[in-house]
Design a protein around this ligand. Sequence first.
Ligand code: SF4
Ligand code: SF4
Length: 353
Amino acid sequence: MLPVFRQMLRQLRAGRRFSLDVLLDAADDHMHQLETVVPPGSGALPRTPFESGLPRERMALTKIRGADRLRVARRVLPILAHMRLGANLYGTAAPARRSEASAADIDELVDRARRLGAKDIAFVRVPPDAIFAGKSIPHPYAIVFTVEMEKEPIDSAPSLECQLEVMDGYKDLTTIASALAGFLRQRGFSAFPGTALGGTTDYPHLAELAGLGAIGYHGLLIAPEGGARLRISTIYTNIANLPLRESNEHAWVRDFCAMCRKCVRSCPVEAIFDAPAERGNGGRQCIDHGRCRDYFTEHYGCAICVKVCPFSQVGYERVRERFRGNPTAPRFDIGSDGRVAIPVVEPSEGVRA
Ligand code: SF4
Ligand code: SF4
Protein backbone atom coordinates (compact mmCIF):
# COMPACT_ATOMS: atom_id res chain seq x y z
CA MET A 1 0.00 0.00 0.00
CA LEU A 2 1.23 3.51 -0.77
CA PRO A 3 2.88 4.93 2.39
CA VAL A 4 0.68 8.02 2.15
CA PHE A 5 -2.50 5.91 2.48
CA ARG A 6 -0.97 3.86 5.33
CA GLN A 7 -0.13 7.09 7.12
CA MET A 8 -3.62 8.47 6.52
CA LEU A 9 -5.17 5.33 8.02
CA ARG A 10 -2.82 5.50 11.02
CA GLN A 11 -3.84 9.10 11.66
CA LEU A 12 -7.53 8.27 11.43
CA ARG A 13 -7.26 5.16 13.67
CA ALA A 14 -5.36 7.13 16.30
CA GLY A 15 -8.07 9.84 16.14
CA ARG A 16 -5.35 12.39 15.38
CA ARG A 17 -5.78 15.65 13.50
CA PHE A 18 -5.18 15.23 9.76
CA SER A 19 -1.63 16.38 9.00
CA LEU A 20 -0.66 17.22 5.41
CA ASP A 21 3.00 17.54 6.40
CA VAL A 22 3.05 14.05 7.96
CA LEU A 23 1.36 12.68 4.84
CA LEU A 24 3.88 14.32 2.54
CA ASP A 25 6.75 12.97 4.63
CA ALA A 26 5.18 9.52 4.24
CA ALA A 27 4.94 10.09 0.48
CA ASP A 28 8.72 10.61 0.43
CA ASP A 29 9.24 7.16 1.99
CA HIS A 30 9.31 5.46 -1.42
CA MET A 31 12.87 6.83 -1.75
CA HIS A 32 13.92 4.22 0.85
CA GLN A 33 13.34 1.47 -1.71
CA LEU A 34 16.39 2.63 -3.68
CA GLU A 35 19.86 1.27 -3.01
CA THR A 36 21.63 4.55 -3.65
CA VAL A 37 20.35 8.10 -3.36
CA VAL A 38 21.84 11.59 -3.56
CA PRO A 39 21.83 13.18 -0.08
CA PRO A 40 21.33 16.90 0.67
CA GLY A 41 24.32 19.24 0.98
CA SER A 42 25.56 20.80 4.20
CA GLY A 43 23.69 24.05 3.43
CA ALA A 44 20.35 22.32 2.81
CA LEU A 45 17.23 23.71 4.51
CA PRO A 46 14.10 21.85 5.64
CA ARG A 47 10.98 21.86 3.44
CA THR A 48 8.59 24.66 4.40
CA PRO A 49 5.69 23.14 6.36
CA PHE A 50 2.18 23.49 4.90
CA GLU A 51 0.25 23.29 8.15
CA SER A 52 -0.97 26.37 9.93
CA GLY A 53 -2.15 24.99 13.27
CA LEU A 54 -5.53 26.70 12.74
CA PRO A 55 -8.51 25.00 14.37
CA ARG A 56 -10.31 22.69 11.94
CA GLU A 57 -13.46 24.81 11.82
CA ARG A 58 -11.50 27.78 10.40
CA MET A 59 -9.99 25.83 7.49
CA ALA A 60 -11.71 26.77 4.23
CA LEU A 61 -11.91 23.26 2.81
CA THR A 62 -13.66 21.90 5.92
CA LYS A 63 -16.53 24.37 5.36
CA ILE A 64 -17.51 23.26 1.86
CA ARG A 65 -20.57 21.07 1.47
CA GLY A 66 -22.45 18.93 -1.07
CA ALA A 67 -21.48 19.29 -4.72
CA ASP A 68 -18.38 21.30 -3.87
CA ARG A 69 -17.04 18.39 -1.81
CA LEU A 70 -17.50 16.23 -4.85
CA ARG A 71 -15.59 18.72 -7.00
CA VAL A 72 -12.68 18.63 -4.54
CA ALA A 73 -12.77 14.81 -4.38
CA ARG A 74 -12.67 14.67 -8.21
CA ARG A 75 -9.31 16.43 -8.06
CA VAL A 76 -7.79 14.92 -4.92
CA LEU A 77 -8.45 11.27 -5.79
CA PRO A 78 -6.67 11.38 -9.19
CA ILE A 79 -3.75 13.21 -7.55
CA LEU A 80 -3.45 10.42 -4.95
CA ALA A 81 -3.86 7.74 -7.64
CA HIS A 82 -1.10 9.27 -9.76
CA MET A 83 1.09 9.71 -6.68
CA ARG A 84 0.62 5.99 -6.16
CA LEU A 85 1.61 5.26 -9.78
CA GLY A 86 4.67 7.46 -9.39
CA ALA A 87 5.62 5.81 -6.08
CA ASN A 88 5.28 2.37 -7.70
CA LEU A 89 8.03 3.36 -10.12
CA TYR A 90 10.43 3.56 -7.15
CA GLY A 91 9.79 -0.12 -6.34
CA THR A 92 10.13 -1.31 -9.94
CA ALA A 93 13.42 0.23 -11.00
CA ALA A 94 15.18 -1.95 -13.60
CA PRO A 95 18.94 -1.34 -13.99
CA ALA A 96 19.56 1.41 -16.52
CA ARG A 97 20.98 0.33 -19.89
CA ARG A 98 21.90 3.85 -20.95
CA SER A 99 23.14 7.09 -19.37
CA GLU A 100 23.70 9.21 -22.50
CA ALA A 101 20.76 10.52 -24.49
CA SER A 102 20.76 11.27 -28.22
CA ALA A 103 19.38 14.52 -29.60
CA ALA A 104 16.41 12.51 -30.90
CA ASP A 105 15.71 11.17 -27.37
CA ILE A 106 15.64 14.70 -25.98
CA ASP A 107 13.52 16.01 -28.85
CA GLU A 108 10.98 13.28 -28.32
CA LEU A 109 10.96 13.85 -24.54
CA VAL A 110 10.28 17.58 -25.03
CA ASP A 111 7.68 16.89 -27.68
CA ARG A 112 5.87 14.37 -25.45
CA ALA A 113 5.97 16.74 -22.49
CA ARG A 114 4.31 19.47 -24.56
CA ARG A 115 1.72 17.12 -26.00
CA LEU A 116 0.86 16.00 -22.46
CA GLY A 117 0.26 19.62 -21.45
CA ALA A 118 3.61 20.88 -20.12
CA LYS A 119 4.12 24.58 -20.81
CA ASP A 120 7.91 24.43 -20.85
CA ILE A 121 10.66 21.96 -19.94
CA ALA A 122 14.38 22.32 -19.14
CA PHE A 123 17.20 20.46 -17.44
CA VAL A 124 19.46 20.96 -14.46
CA ARG A 125 22.15 19.27 -12.42
CA VAL A 126 20.65 19.52 -8.93
CA PRO A 127 22.88 21.40 -6.45
CA PRO A 128 22.91 19.28 -3.25
CA ASP A 129 21.82 22.32 -1.21
CA ALA A 130 18.58 22.44 -3.24
CA ILE A 131 17.65 19.03 -1.76
CA PHE A 132 15.64 19.54 1.43
CA ALA A 133 17.36 18.63 4.71
CA GLY A 134 16.55 15.05 5.72
CA LYS A 135 15.40 14.18 2.16
CA SER A 136 17.17 12.74 -0.89
CA ILE A 137 16.80 12.26 -4.66
CA PRO A 138 17.46 9.21 -6.86
CA HIS A 139 19.85 10.88 -9.35
CA PRO A 140 21.75 14.17 -9.54
CA TYR A 141 20.03 15.28 -12.78
CA ALA A 142 16.53 16.67 -13.04
CA ILE A 143 14.09 17.42 -15.82
CA VAL A 144 12.03 20.40 -14.69
CA PHE A 145 8.69 21.26 -16.30
CA THR A 146 5.80 23.64 -15.75
CA VAL A 147 2.04 23.60 -16.27
CA GLU A 148 -0.09 26.71 -16.56
CA MET A 149 -3.15 27.53 -14.46
CA GLU A 150 -6.04 29.27 -16.26
CA LYS A 151 -6.43 33.01 -15.78
CA GLU A 152 -10.16 33.15 -15.05
CA PRO A 153 -10.22 30.98 -11.91
CA ILE A 154 -6.98 32.54 -10.65
CA ASP A 155 -8.59 35.98 -11.09
CA SER A 156 -11.24 34.92 -8.56
CA ALA A 157 -8.63 34.36 -5.79
CA PRO A 158 -9.13 33.75 -2.96
CA SER A 159 -11.93 31.33 -3.81
CA LEU A 160 -12.79 27.67 -4.12
CA GLU A 161 -12.68 28.05 -7.92
CA CYS A 162 -9.09 29.20 -7.65
CA GLN A 163 -8.12 26.35 -5.34
CA LEU A 164 -9.72 23.82 -7.70
CA GLU A 165 -7.61 25.24 -10.53
CA VAL A 166 -4.49 24.83 -8.38
CA MET A 167 -5.51 21.21 -7.73
CA ASP A 168 -5.95 20.69 -11.48
CA GLY A 169 -2.40 21.94 -11.87
CA TYR A 170 -1.13 19.32 -9.39
CA LYS A 171 -3.15 16.63 -11.15
CA ASP A 172 -1.53 17.53 -14.48
CA LEU A 173 1.94 17.56 -12.93
CA THR A 174 1.56 14.05 -11.47
CA THR A 175 0.22 12.66 -14.76
CA ILE A 176 2.97 14.20 -16.88
CA ALA A 177 5.82 13.26 -14.51
CA SER A 178 4.77 9.58 -14.39
CA ALA A 179 4.28 9.42 -18.17
CA LEU A 180 7.67 10.98 -18.94
CA ALA A 181 9.47 8.76 -16.39
CA GLY A 182 7.82 5.73 -18.06
CA PHE A 183 8.91 6.94 -21.50
CA LEU A 184 12.55 7.38 -20.39
CA ARG A 185 12.57 3.91 -18.87
CA GLN A 186 11.33 2.42 -22.13
CA ARG A 187 14.33 4.09 -23.76
CA GLY A 188 16.68 2.35 -21.27
CA PHE A 189 17.32 5.21 -18.83
CA SER A 190 16.67 5.37 -15.11
CA ALA A 191 13.93 7.89 -14.27
CA PHE A 192 11.77 8.69 -11.25
CA PRO A 193 8.96 11.26 -10.99
CA GLY A 194 9.24 13.91 -8.28
CA THR A 195 6.19 14.45 -6.08
CA ALA A 196 4.02 17.30 -7.38
CA LEU A 197 2.88 18.46 -3.95
CA GLY A 198 5.77 18.87 -1.51
CA GLY A 199 8.68 17.13 -3.21
CA THR A 200 12.22 16.65 -1.93
CA THR A 201 13.83 19.58 -3.77
CA ASP A 202 13.13 23.31 -4.03
CA TYR A 203 11.26 23.41 -7.38
CA PRO A 204 11.22 27.20 -8.08
CA HIS A 205 14.97 27.28 -7.37
CA LEU A 206 15.59 24.34 -9.75
CA ALA A 207 13.35 25.90 -12.42
CA GLU A 208 15.35 29.13 -12.21
CA LEU A 209 18.68 27.27 -12.39
CA ALA A 210 17.36 25.33 -15.38
CA GLY A 211 16.71 28.67 -17.12
CA LEU A 212 12.92 28.34 -17.33
CA GLY A 213 12.31 31.75 -15.77
CA ALA A 214 13.11 33.82 -12.69
CA ILE A 215 11.69 33.84 -9.17
CA GLY A 216 9.55 36.95 -8.62
CA TYR A 217 9.22 38.88 -5.38
CA HIS A 218 6.24 36.68 -4.47
CA GLY A 219 8.57 33.65 -4.45
CA LEU A 220 7.02 32.00 -7.50
CA LEU A 221 8.47 31.28 -10.91
CA ILE A 222 7.81 33.84 -13.65
CA ALA A 223 8.38 32.53 -17.17
CA PRO A 224 7.65 33.47 -20.80
CA GLU A 225 5.06 30.74 -21.13
CA GLY A 226 2.39 31.08 -18.45
CA GLY A 227 3.78 34.18 -16.70
CA ALA A 228 3.31 33.67 -12.94
CA ARG A 229 0.38 31.23 -13.20
CA LEU A 230 2.63 28.16 -13.13
CA ARG A 231 3.12 24.99 -11.13
CA ILE A 232 6.37 23.05 -11.30
CA SER A 233 7.50 19.44 -10.99
CA THR A 234 10.50 17.24 -11.80
CA ILE A 235 11.70 13.90 -13.07
CA TYR A 236 15.05 12.69 -11.71
CA THR A 237 17.21 10.76 -14.16
CA ASN A 238 20.65 9.24 -14.74
CA ILE A 239 21.03 10.97 -18.13
CA ALA A 240 24.42 12.62 -17.75
CA ASN A 241 24.42 14.67 -20.97
CA LEU A 242 21.17 16.61 -20.57
CA PRO A 243 21.25 19.83 -22.63
CA LEU A 244 21.72 22.34 -19.79
CA ARG A 245 20.99 25.94 -20.77
CA GLU A 246 24.13 28.07 -20.70
CA SER A 247 22.46 31.23 -19.47
CA ASN A 248 19.33 32.55 -17.80
CA GLU A 249 17.88 35.47 -19.74
CA HIS A 250 15.17 36.26 -17.19
CA ALA A 251 17.15 38.11 -14.49
CA TRP A 252 15.46 41.37 -15.62
CA VAL A 253 12.22 40.07 -14.04
CA ARG A 254 13.48 40.91 -10.54
CA ASP A 255 14.54 44.38 -11.71
CA PHE A 256 10.93 44.86 -12.76
CA CYS A 257 9.76 43.46 -9.41
CA ALA A 258 11.88 46.04 -7.56
CA MET A 259 9.73 48.74 -9.23
CA CYS A 260 6.39 46.95 -9.13
CA ARG A 261 5.94 45.38 -5.66
CA LYS A 262 2.21 44.96 -6.33
CA CYS A 263 2.17 41.58 -4.59
CA VAL A 264 3.95 43.11 -1.57
CA ARG A 265 1.23 45.80 -1.31
CA SER A 266 -1.65 43.40 -2.02
CA CYS A 267 -0.83 40.63 0.44
CA PRO A 268 -3.57 40.89 3.11
CA VAL A 269 -1.21 39.80 5.90
CA GLU A 270 1.97 41.58 4.74
CA ALA A 271 3.78 38.27 4.36
CA ILE A 272 5.85 39.22 1.28
CA PHE A 273 9.22 40.84 1.98
CA ASP A 274 10.08 44.22 0.46
CA ALA A 275 12.88 42.41 -1.38
CA PRO A 276 13.89 38.74 -1.41
CA ALA A 277 16.67 37.64 0.94
CA GLU A 278 19.34 35.02 0.26
CA ARG A 279 18.32 31.72 1.86
CA GLY A 280 21.82 30.33 2.35
CA ASN A 281 21.16 27.34 0.06
CA GLY A 282 21.33 29.30 -3.20
CA GLY A 283 17.54 29.90 -3.28
CA ARG A 284 15.52 32.99 -2.36
CA GLN A 285 13.45 33.70 0.74
CA CYS A 286 10.64 35.98 -0.41
CA ILE A 287 7.86 35.30 2.07
CA ASP A 288 7.34 35.00 5.80
CA HIS A 289 5.59 31.62 5.54
CA GLY A 290 4.45 31.81 9.15
CA ARG A 291 2.41 34.92 8.29
CA CYS A 292 1.07 33.56 5.00
CA ARG A 293 -0.01 30.13 6.26
CA ASP A 294 -3.09 30.97 8.39
CA TYR A 295 -4.62 33.27 5.77
CA PHE A 296 -3.74 30.72 3.06
CA THR A 297 -5.51 27.92 4.95
CA GLU A 298 -8.56 30.03 5.84
CA HIS A 299 -9.00 31.39 2.29
CA TYR A 300 -8.71 28.45 -0.13
CA GLY A 301 -4.96 28.68 -0.64
CA CYS A 302 -5.23 32.49 -1.13
CA ALA A 303 -3.15 33.10 -4.36
CA ILE A 304 -3.87 36.87 -4.29
CA CYS A 305 -0.15 37.40 -5.01
CA VAL A 306 -0.43 35.25 -8.15
CA LYS A 307 -3.61 37.02 -9.26
CA VAL A 308 -2.31 40.61 -8.99
CA CYS A 309 1.07 39.94 -10.60
CA PRO A 310 1.30 41.77 -13.96
CA PHE A 311 2.90 38.64 -15.43
CA SER A 312 -0.34 36.77 -14.64
CA GLN A 313 -2.50 39.55 -16.02
CA VAL A 314 -0.85 40.61 -19.28
CA GLY A 315 1.84 37.95 -19.71
CA TYR A 316 5.63 37.95 -19.84
CA GLU A 317 6.13 39.45 -23.29
CA ARG A 318 3.85 42.47 -22.73
CA VAL A 319 5.67 43.32 -19.49
CA ARG A 320 9.02 42.87 -21.17
CA GLU A 321 8.09 45.07 -24.15
CA ARG A 322 7.17 47.97 -21.88
CA PHE A 323 9.97 47.67 -19.31
CA ARG A 324 12.92 49.96 -19.92
CA GLY A 325 15.19 48.73 -17.13
CA ASN A 326 15.74 49.65 -13.51
CA PRO A 327 19.34 50.68 -12.78
CA THR A 328 18.62 51.05 -9.05
CA ALA A 329 17.27 47.49 -8.57
CA PRO A 330 19.15 45.29 -6.08
CA ARG A 331 21.26 42.73 -7.95
CA PHE A 332 20.58 39.01 -7.51
CA ASP A 333 22.74 36.37 -9.15
CA ILE A 334 21.16 33.33 -10.72
CA GLY A 335 23.10 30.11 -10.38
CA SER A 336 25.69 31.37 -7.93
CA ASP A 337 26.25 27.89 -6.41
CA GLY A 338 29.24 27.18 -8.68
CA ARG A 339 27.85 23.88 -9.93
CA VAL A 340 25.48 25.27 -12.53
CA ALA A 341 27.16 28.08 -14.44
CA ILE A 342 24.43 30.53 -15.43
CA PRO A 343 25.81 34.05 -15.87
CA VAL A 344 23.54 36.97 -15.05
CA VAL A 345 22.23 38.89 -18.07
CA GLU A 346 22.38 42.64 -17.42
CA PRO A 347 18.95 44.30 -17.34
CA SER A 348 19.81 46.42 -20.36
CA GLU A 349 20.53 43.29 -22.44
CA GLY A 350 17.31 41.71 -21.27
CA VAL A 351 14.92 44.54 -22.08
CA ARG A 352 16.23 46.53 -25.03
CA ALA A 353 16.26 43.94 -27.76
S1 SF4 B 1 3.48 41.43 -8.46
FE1 SF4 B 1 5.14 42.70 -9.21
S2 SF4 B 1 6.70 42.53 -7.60
FE2 SF4 B 1 5.29 40.87 -7.27
S3 SF4 B 1 6.21 39.14 -8.37
FE3 SF4 B 1 4.76 40.12 -9.77
S4 SF4 B 1 6.00 41.57 -10.92
FE4 SF4 B 1 7.19 40.98 -9.15
S1 SF4 C 1 -0.73 33.48 -0.72
FE1 SF4 C 1 -1.90 35.25 0.06
S2 SF4 C 1 -1.22 35.43 2.20
FE2 SF4 C 1 0.29 34.16 1.16
S3 SF4 C 1 1.88 35.58 0.45
FE3 SF4 C 1 0.42 35.34 -1.26
S4 SF4 C 1 -0.99 37.06 -0.97
FE4 SF4 C 1 0.09 36.80 0.97
